[in-house]
Design a protein around this ligand. Structure first.
Ligand code: HEM
Ligand code: HEM
Length: 170
């Protein structure tokens, strides 16, 4: 697992896809029907796919790589937080990594439920749209937690994580 005491540094691909994904999700929360809603939603999924493929197969940079945090990693990190310690990780901390997987999954399920709601077979059915709305509400909740977690971790780690998502250290 990427755990050390250096401060975090993200690749250009991560920084660019992050802000584009955030923009697509925010626009779609408010602009919630029509052609552009669909174009922006599918673009968002394409950006997530690009990031995942890069993290799994292409990038050699440790903060890009994806890992599966285990229960023991989560427990250890929880203990660190209880002691008001937030050691810097080269990538996401164990809770953050799971939160990121959840956001990516929700974006994929939003695209799938949006597409299904417009297929001929299910046209006029309420449940795909209801499911789509529920997934969007869950994503909204996670985004709020995401912002709170970043504020908390920036304070504990005494580093500006938002700035690190904008400019590179190198
Ligand atoms: C709808 C809005 C947003 C979504 C869906 C979202 C989603 C994500 C995702 C998926 C990642 C992981 C990036 C990766 O590994 O490629 C991430 C990381 C991050 N996001 Fe967001 N984000 C949103 C808004 C924001 C905003 C408004 C801020 C700043 C105020 C922000 C700050 C960050 C930071 C600092 C990280 C790195 C976290 C870390 O150090 O582990 N995000 N976000
Ligand atoms: C980031 C991704 C997305 C988010 C956050 C999102 C969010 C939303 C929200 C909040 C609504 C309003 C639901 C309601 O109040 O009933 C909605 C409606 C809708 N979305 Fe999405 N969406 C996303 C992607 C997509 C995609 C990729 C499609 C592809 C077809 C899509 C198709 C639809 C359709 C057809 C409706 C309208 C349902 C109706 O006619 O009332 N969405 N979306």
């Amino acid at each position: 697992m990427n755990h050390d005491d250096q401060s975090v540094s993200w690749t250009a691909l991560i920084r660019i896809t992050h802000w584009l994904v955030a923009l697509c999700v925010l626009v779609n929360f408010f602009n919630d029907t029509g052609f552009w809603h669909r174009v922006i939603g599918y673009t968002c999924l394409a950006l997530v796919c690009l990031r995942v493929v890069n993290g799994l197969f292409i990038s050699k940079v440790s903060s890009s790589k994806l890992y599966v945090p285990r229960v023991s990693n989560l427990k250890a990190h929880f203990k660190e937080l209880l002691h008001k310690r937030g050691p810097a990780y080269a990538g996401h901390n164990p809770f953050g990594q799971w939160a990121v997987y959840l956001m990516w999954l929700l974006i994929a399920l939003l695209a799938l439920s949006g597409w299904v709601s417009r297929t001929d077979a299910l046209w006029g059915e309420d449940w795909p749209v209801d499911l789509h709305k529920a997934l969007s509400d869950v994503l909204q909740g996670i985004v709020i937690l995401h912002l709170l977690a970043i504020a908390l971790m920036s304070k504990l780690q005494k580093q500006n994580l938002v700035k690190a998502m904008i400019v590179s250290k190198e």
